[in-house]
Ligand binder design. Structure first.
Ligand SMILES: Cc1cc2nc3c(=O)[nH]c(=O)nc-3n(C[C@H](O)[C@H](O)[C@H](O)COP(=O)(O)O)c2cc1C
Length: 138
């Protein structure tokens, strides 16, 4: 089966509440479990970074829904590729809340990533975490 992995960043709605975040996470886990989508959602208080992986149809459908979702804006696809295996096979959607400071965020993310993850994927997650931290322009 062909698998697709897509990484995007977006800007959370300014008045997003903790309840909104919980609701997003709950929907993501429930729907993804049904659709065979797995991945990681990082939130640093202002921005989202999400990696989603699954069948091309499931990923394309999800991105369409994400683009319509008013709880965030400015969705930018940062990476999209065919992969031979999942990087997050056990996570229907893992939410990782991180500090706005890149140095703290990097530590939190590094601690939470699965040990089995490949170096290129680990590097991409860290690089993208830096991008949403605002320490580099993007
Ligand atoms: C940052 C963010 C991440 C999301 N992640 C997912 C996800 O992984 N899977 C999912 O089904 N919905 C996710 N959603 C919710 C979708 O945008 C959408 O509301 C949901 O899939 C239900 O779609 P529907 O209202 O068209 O039925 C996310 C929303 C936001 C704002």
């Amino acid at each position: 089966m062909t698998l697709k992995s897509l990484t995007y960043t977006s800007l959370a709605r300014l008045d997003l509440t903790a309840d909104d975040l919980e609701a997003i996470h709950r929907t993501a886990r429930d729907v993804n479990a049904l659709e065979g989508v797995t991945g990681l959602l990082i939130f640093n208080g202002t921005h989202f970074l999400q990696i989603i992986e699954g069948s091309p149809a499931a990923i394309d459908g999800l991105v369409e829904r994400l683009r319509q979702d008013r709880r965030h804006s400015g969705l930018e696809v940062r990476d999209e590729r065919e992969v031979s295996e999942r990087s997050f096979p056990d996570w229907s959607m893992e939410l990782v809340r991180v500090s706005a400071s890149f140095f703290e965020a990097k530590e939190t993310v590094s601690d939470r990533l699965p040990e089995t993850i490949s170096d290129p994927v680990r590097d991409r997650v860290i690089r993208m975490t830096e991008a949403i931290s605002g320490t580099v322009s993007f």
